[in-house]
Design a binder for this molecule. Sequence first.
Ligand SMILES: [Zn+2]
Ligand SMILES: [Zn+2]
Length: 376
Amino acid sequence: MPRDYYELLGVSRGATDAELKKAFRGLARELHPDINKHDPAAEDKFKEVAEAYEVLSDPERRSIYDRYGHEGLRRGGFEPHFGGFGDISDIFEAFFGGGDLGLIFGGRGRGGPQRGRDLAAEVSITLEEVLTGTTRELDVEAVVPCSRCHGNGAEPGTPIETCPRCEGAGQLQSVARTVFGQVVRTQACDRCGGDGRIAQTPCDVCRGSGYEERSHTLTVDLPAGIDDGQRVRITGRGHAGGPGVPAGDLYVLVHVRADPRFERHGEDLVTRLDVPFTDAALGGTLPVATLEGDEELAIEPGTQPGSVRRLRERGLPSLRGRRRGDLHVVMNVLIPSKLNEEQRELLRRFAESANGDTYEARHEGLFDRIRQAFRG
Ligand SMILES: [Zn+2]
Ligand SMILES: [Zn+2]
């Protein structure tokens, strides 16, 4: 059974065209094949999502789908069109090749020269680094113009002639039939690789391609406040493009390592503080973990288990430069589990002296307070 189209796009059944488009753009960015090379499932997921968007963005098909579901579309003669495409890059081109959707991938125009391919890398950082922002040196292997022939593909000093296949244009056109009508595709010439010219004596280093793969080190800035799973895009640091065409981008996927002391909720942090019951009852001072090191926290007399102290602006900074989040300290009051005879006697005497005013029963609110602290 195919999945529900609205569910696939993560929108409500009443979603407007603008909401559909926004949801689709977001998913398409996430499922971009160049940044999901290690995840073959992403390609299938993209196809599903594209099919859902294709149907829901067409008022007629959407109304059939709303009333009769997938079965209604099938009876109406609607076929998902992906059989007609060679591979996922064709789909991307058909969807994003022109028009405003082209903005998703940097305005790559239909039929225009391709940008170089994007590159992907991953880094892992600590919560402390999220606080301050940090940099990483990355070793990247990218396609760059050949150092020997400077990209023209010819042994230095040998002649270069016009490509007979594309007659120097560098591009070949073909027509693909899709449900959108005919889509004219312009591809780089397979003979000259888009250059329009062919070297008579191919360069020794790149064998005439004009490119070579080289590794280099570059420094990536990771801004304060970045979250686990976010990507930093470095424009132009992907693979080199064809002649006169911009390089692709480098996408750096950021992993934030889990810190056992803190739970992150957006810009807020939650930590737990173990408070011996005597400190909770009498008050005192205890060290609490913050991202900037331990800090002495005054414990109020009568501190209740599960109560939360909020240390303002001791959480994480916002990527957008707003104020820092807060640090929520959940009081974990410790009740002794091992007592010697003397301690038992002290507590018995305490229990005898306790009266109706000693305890303030506050059952309600305990779980609410915990929930509040963990709300992102
Ligand atoms: Zn070369
Ligand atoms: Zn050619």
